[in-house]
Design a protein around this ligand. Structure first.
Ligand SMILES: C[S@@+](CC[C@H](N)C(=O)[O-])C[C@H]1O[C@@H](n2cnc3c(N)ncnc32)[C@H](O)[C@@H]1O
Length: 270
């Protein structure tokens, strides 16, 4: 189902859009916030979740900027979660199964955007999920969390919405580290965000002393620029980074979405 209330002037291709120009990033202090009365396009995307025989519906507001759209890595992450079974032996499933769970499973999502991955994870895994993003993104996240609560709640899930601007210590401390699994999709793109994201991951995965040994960050990523290797080079100084899934190339992109697991360097997985 796709409902377009006002059509946007610009064609937005989520595969290539982030390649255009680093300056159009709405994460940069919200500069692209449209003044009121500018028509806002509203689109609803339905995701069928076969594992729970249900659907989630996600509202996108494409004219509001990149935080309000669905991105290819999110779709891959949702598909992988939907086909997850504890008995599966593929690397992605093993990475989820390896998470040390004290029920209910507590998940923190970074840079959630529309929230589709966190909401789907909560519904599929019956998890307590905190979806996070920059403050101006939160109203749409709340909308999507509320819109899907009737799918999530009967399965024992809960979705909380919170501000988490990468690298902001105060917000990191408010969010805390009490999560079993950290997730993210399409969060590596502009290079000014590499260091704040790594700082946040260090806080979540390496801080806090005991009990963090097996904490992992599962990140779905669509490679767009060569410079992204700079992020992985920095990340590998602090974390063990392993590939746990690779999509084949698609019509829209020569490279497919990949999923990485980040963990402490000394982490040992079964
Ligand atoms: C390309 S979008 C991906 C959104 C969503 N994860 C998805 O895959 O559909 C990147 C997301 O990272 C968020 N982001 C960018 N800079 C951030 C920062 N400094 N702190 C927290 N989130 C940030 C953006 O607001 C946006 O929602």
């Amino acid at each position: 189902m796709t409902t377009v209330v006002y059509s946007s002037d610009e064609e937005i291709n989520p595969v290539t859009m982030l390649q255009l120009d680093g300056n159009d990033d709405d994460a940069k202090e919200n500069n692209d916030k449209k003044p009121e009365l500018v028509p806002t396009s509203v689109q609803h995307q339905t995701y069928r979740l076969n594992s729970i025989n249900s659907t989630v519906v996600i509202r996108q507001l494409p004219s509001q900027g990149l935080s309000f759209q669905l991105w290819p890595a999110a779709t891959t992450f949702v598909k992988l979660l939907d086909s997850y079974q504890p008995s599966n032996t593929d690397s992605f499933s093993a990475a989820v199964t390896n998470v040390k769970i004290r029920p209910p499973l507590r998940i923190l999502e970074l840079g959630s955007g529309t929230g589709v991955v966190g909401i789907a994870a909560s519904a599929i895994l019956g998890a307590d999920v905190t979806v996070t993003d920059l403050p101006h993104v939160l109203p749409n996240l709340v909308f999507n969390a509320d819109a899907n609560s009737s799918v999530v709640a009967p399965r024992g899930g809960q979705v909380h919405v919170a501000a988490l601007s990468w690298g902001k210590l105060e917000e990191m401390e408010t969010i805390g580290r009490d999560y079993d699994l950290i997730i993210g999709s399409d969060v590596v793109y502009h290079d000014h965000l590499y260091d704040p994201l790594i700082q946040t991951l260090k806080y979540l995965l390496l801080g806090g002393g005991d009990g963090n040994g097996e904490k992992v960050f599962l990140m779905a990523h669509l490679r767009r620029w060569k410079k992204e290797s700079g992020f992985f080079k920095k990340a590998k100084k602090h974390f063990k980074v392993e590939l746990v899934h690779e999509d084949g190339p698609s019509d829209a992109s020569r490279t497919g979405v990949v999923v990485y697991r980040f963990a402490r360097k000394d982490a040992v997985f079964r």
